[in-house]
Design a protein around this ligand. Structure first.
Ligand code: PRP
Ligand code: ZN
Length: 301
């Protein structure tokens, strides 16, 4: 399989994580974008049935290489991995660019120290040894802070490094914080906030670019719909302006007469923000009745 022969079949290729924190949600996102997969999630390659798309299931750390070698044109990857890869080898990976933030796979890259180590700010790390799988990001952070510390690179199990006296502190991903707690570590500095994103290689072939744009437009629409709600309510004519002003992230609500009522109207709006209970209570306090908030399945302007 040469990259060239792959490319010539006219199908778009996307690389996603085979298993791990991004895997399930990456599959789910493609499915919501209308991509139906021929089932073979155990293999390297999984074909879409109804879109000229092939899905490569790989280790997340390998995704940047699949893109720069043009085996794949798109990838779904944590910003942490993407930034680290670029920092370590800007010449090879500098052409990768983030196109869409996906809102899932949120985590932080943080420095943590043993609970019993005294710590008064980042200067406490001077002269210490820090274990991490993110040498590039950590070195960059320490340089910006003007702190000189030694970095030990580990592929995994970074959280056990202080206990085994391999390092004084660690720099690792934190999402729930459970790993830190169960290893007697305290989070001290967050050096990066991360989430999953779609990345692409900026030199994409023209024939595949159109396919890529179509898929990216669908993904953007899925994310918008997920974050939006359709709200319906009846509003007193007198407080209509106030009620319209409270509706979160809505452009121009539809206002319709209610049969047999000249004091009330029906209001329908797409809210491109979450509708909280507090908002509904505020609407009610201004006389709104029959307030209904429903999810939106698909949305296209
Ligand atoms: C990360 C990190 C921790 C854990 C933290 O590993 O290395 O072990 O997640 O999560 P928590 O705060 O919810 O406990 P991950 O599972 O992402 O594996 P990888 O980094 O080796 O791909
Ligand atoms: Zn990983």
């Amino acid at each position: 399989m040469t990259p060239k022969s792959r490319r010539d079949d006219g199908r778009l290729k996307i690389a996603i994580q085979k298993s791990g924190r991004l895997s399930e949600k990456s599959f789910a996102l493609l499915e919501k974008a209308g991509i139906s997969l021929l089932k073979s999630k155990d293999q390297l390659l999984c074909r879409a049935r109804n879109f000229p798309l092939d899905i490569f299931l790989v280790r997340d750390d390998d995704i940047p290489a699949f893109l720069v070698n043009d085996v794949c044109q798109l990838g779904i990857l944590g910003q942490n991995t993407m930034l680290e890869t670029k920092l370590l080898d800007p010449q090879t990976f500098g052409g990768l660019e983030q196109v869409i933030e996906l809102g899932f796979g949120r985590c932080r890259l943080s420095i943590a120290t043993p609970n019993d180590m005294s710590y008064d700010g980042v200067e406490s790390l001077a002269g210490k040894t820090i274990a991490t799988s993110y040498r590039g990001l950590l070195a960059d952070y320490l340089a910006r802070q003007g702190v000189a510390a030694d970095i030990v690179t580990m592929e995994g199990a970074v959280e056990v490094a202080p206990r085994t006296h391999l390092a004084d502190a660690i720099c690792d991903l934190v999402s729930t914080g459970n790993t830190l707690i169960s290893n007697g570590l305290t989070e001290q500095e967050c050096i990066l906030e991360s989430q999953a994103s779609v990345i692409q290689n900026n030199g994409m072939q023209d024939d595949l670019r159109a396919l890529s744009e179509k898929l990216l437009a669908r993904i953007t629409a899925v994310l918008r719909a997920e974050n939006s709600r359709y709200i319906m309510l009846n509003s007193p004519v007198d407080s209509l302006d106030e009620i319209k002003a409270i509706l979160p992230g809505s452009q121009s609500p539809t206002v319709m007469p209610l049969q047999g009522r000249d004091d009330m109207v029906a209001v329908h709006a797409v809210c491109e923000e979450e509708v909280f209970w507090q908002t509904m209570e505020d609407l009610k306090a201004r006389g709104a009745t029959s307030i209904l908030v429903v999810p939106i399945e698909k949305m296209l302007d």
